[in-house]
Design a protein around this ligand. Structure first.
Ligand code: ATP
Length: 405
C-alpha cells in the first residue's frame, strides 16, 4: 500500500450488525439445540480503493464474515450494503449481476482448482457462468489475465498439477479478476503457501490493486501477512470486532489487549533489532467455544487486565481516537473506561510473558510473511506456512458457483 491511500471516503461495502448463527440440530427430528455464533454483530465499512485487513485466531469467524459479505452465505441478521444497495437477502437470481463486481480468492490453491480442467478452462469459467464474451474472444482475454498475474500465457493448456503452489494461487487470482470486479475478498490468500513465496503473492495483490483500482478485504490469521498491504485493520475475536483502526495507529499503539498479544507475536522486520530482547505475550488456553461464548467481554477469560465489569458488561466498539475504535473497558494506550476496578485474581494467570531474542534480521521483501526464528513458539498463533482448514472452496469454485442461495 502506498503511504497516501488511494481510498475514497465513499464506502463500497457497508456492514451493520452482521450475524451468522449456524444451528446445531440433534435427534431424529433435527430439533435445534443451540447455535454456533460464528459472527455475532459485526459492523464496518470498506471504502472504494482501500484494503481492509481482517485478523484473528482460527475459529473467530473471519471466513464466515467473508462469505457473508460476498453472499456465499445467508446472514442470520444484520445488513450488508454494496454500493449503496441492500444485498442482505437478495435471491441468487438477483445476486447474479452483482457477482461480477464482487469476487473471492480462497486459501487453498490446490483444493480450489479442478485438477481435470486446464488453466484456460479454469480462468474462463466466470465468462461461461455469466454468459460474457470478452472483446477479442475468451482465449485472448484469459491469456491477457494470465500475463497480468505473472503466468506464462503459453501455459493455457496446462493442468493445475503442472504448477507450483504460488502459481496456482495466481491462477485463482486470474479467475477472480476475469470479470473485472470492484471488490475482492481474499480469504487467507497466502497461508497455504511456502513462506518464501507468500510475499510475492501479497505484492502481486498490491500491484493489481494499484493497476485495477480494486478494493480488498484480506483475511489472515496473522498480522504479519497483512502488515504492509492494509489501509485499515479489523481485529476479530469470537465473532466480534474488538478493534478497528488505520494500520499505523494499530501497529504503533494497539488498544485492545488481544491485539497487543497478537502483535507481540509478529516479527519485527528491522535488522537493527537483531539480538534485541522483547517481551512476547503468550495467551494461555484455547479460544472459548462460539456455541456459548463468555459473558461480558468475550476476551475476559484470557485477558490479563480483566475486572468484574469485563465479566458482566460487553464493552461497545467505540472510537477512542479519530479512526481508532476499540471494544474494551481497560484499553491500552488510551484512558481506562472503567477506572478503579481491581484486576481479577484469575486474570493474572491468563498469560505468560516470555522474553524472546530476535535471532535473525529479515529482508524487507520476505519480512511481511516470514516469521523470525525465536527462542519460543506460540501455540496460539499457527505458523503462517501451515495450511488451515475450513477456508478452501470446492473444485473450480467461484463466487458464482458456491452460493448457497
Ligand atoms: N457451516 C458451518 N456449520 C457450523 N459451524 C460452522 C460452519 N462454518 C464455520 N463454522 C464454525 O464457525 C466458527 C467460525 O469459523 P470460521 O471458519 O468463520 O473462522 P475463521 O476465523 O475463519 O477460522 P479459520 O481460519 O480456522 O477458518 C468456527 O467455530 C467454525 O467451526
Amino acid at each position: 500500500m502506498p503511504e497516501q491511500s488511494a481510498a475514497s471516503p465513499e464506502p463500497i461495502l457497508k456492514v451493520e450488525g452482521l450475524v451468522k448463527h449456524f444451528p446445531i440440530k440433534k435427534g431424529l427430528f433435527g430439533r435445534q439445540t443451540g447455535a454456533v455464533k460464528a459472527v455475532d454483530g459485526v459492523s464496518f465499512d470498506v471504502r472504494a480503493g482501500e484494503t481492509l485487513g481482517v485478523v484473528g485466531e482460527s475459529g473467530c469467524g473471519k471466513s464466515t464474515m467473508g462469505r457473508l459479505v460476498t453472499r456465499l452465505l445467508e446472514p442470520t441478521g444484520g445488513k450488508v450494503e454494496f454500493e449503496g444497495h441492500d444485498i442482505t437477502h437478495l435471491s441468487a437470481g438477483r445476486m447474479r449481476p452483482l457477482r461480477r463486481d464482487m469476487q473471492m480468492i480462497f486459501q487453498d490453491p490446490y483444493g480450489s482448482l479442478n485438477p481435470r480442467h486446464t488453466i484456460g478452462g479454469i480462468v474462463s469459467t466466470p465468462f461461461r457462468l455469466q454468459g460474457v464474451t470478452p472483446e477479442g474472444g475468451v482465449k485472448k482475454e484469459v491469456q491477457r489475465l494470465m500475463e497480468l498475474v505473472g503466468l506464462n500465457p503459453e501455459h493455457y493448456n496446462r493442468y493445475p498439477h503442472e504448477f507450483s503452489g504460488g502459481q496456482r494461487q495466481r491462477i485463482g487470482i486470474a479467475r477472480a479478476l476475469a470479470l473485472n470486479p470492484k471488490l475482492v475478498v481474499a480469504d487467507e490468500p497466502v497461508s497455504a503457501l511456502d513462506v518464501s513465496i507468500q510475499a510475492q503473492v501479497v505484492n502481486l495483490l498490491d500491484d493489481l490493486q494499484s493497476e485495477l483500482g480494486l478494493t480488498y478485504v484480506i483475511i489472515a490469521h496473522d498480522l504479519s501477512v497483512i502488515r504492509h498491504v492494509s489501509d485499515r485493520i479489523a481485529v476479530m475475536y469470537l465473532g466480534k470486532i474488538v478493534e478497528l483502526a488505520d494500520r499505523k495507529s494499530l501497529y504503533a499503539a494497539p488498544m485492545h489487549p488481544y491485539t497487543k498479544a497478537l502483535l507481540s507475536a509478529v516479527p519485527v522486520p528491522d535488522p537493527k533489532r537483531k539480538g534485541v530482547k522483547s517481551d512476547r505475550i503468550l495467551l494461555k488456553g484455547d479460544v472459548p467455544s462460539p456455541i456459548s461464548p463468555p459473558s461480558g467481554c468475550r476476551f475476559h477469560t484470557r485477558c490479563w487486565k480483566a475486572t468484574e465489569i469485563c465479566k458482566t458488561q460487553e464493552p461497545p466498539l467505540i472510537a477512542l481516537k479519530t479512526g481508532h475504535q476499540v471494544a474494551c473497558h481497560h484499553p491500552e494506550n488510551a484512558p481506562d473506561q472503567a477506572p478503579g476496578e481491581a484486576v481479577l485474581p484469575e486474570a493474572r494467570e491468563s498469560v505468560e510473558v516470555v522474553s524472546v531474542t530476535k535471532a535473525e534480521p529479515v529482508a524487507e521483501a520476505s519480512a511481511e510473511a516470514e516469521p523470525v526464528a525465536e527462542t519460543t513458539t506460540d501455540a496460539e498463533t499457527p505458523s503462517a506456512a501451515e495450511p488451515e482448514s475450513g477456508a478452501a472452496a470446492g473444485p473450480d469454485s467461484t463466487v458464482q458457483e458456491s452460493t448457497d442461495k
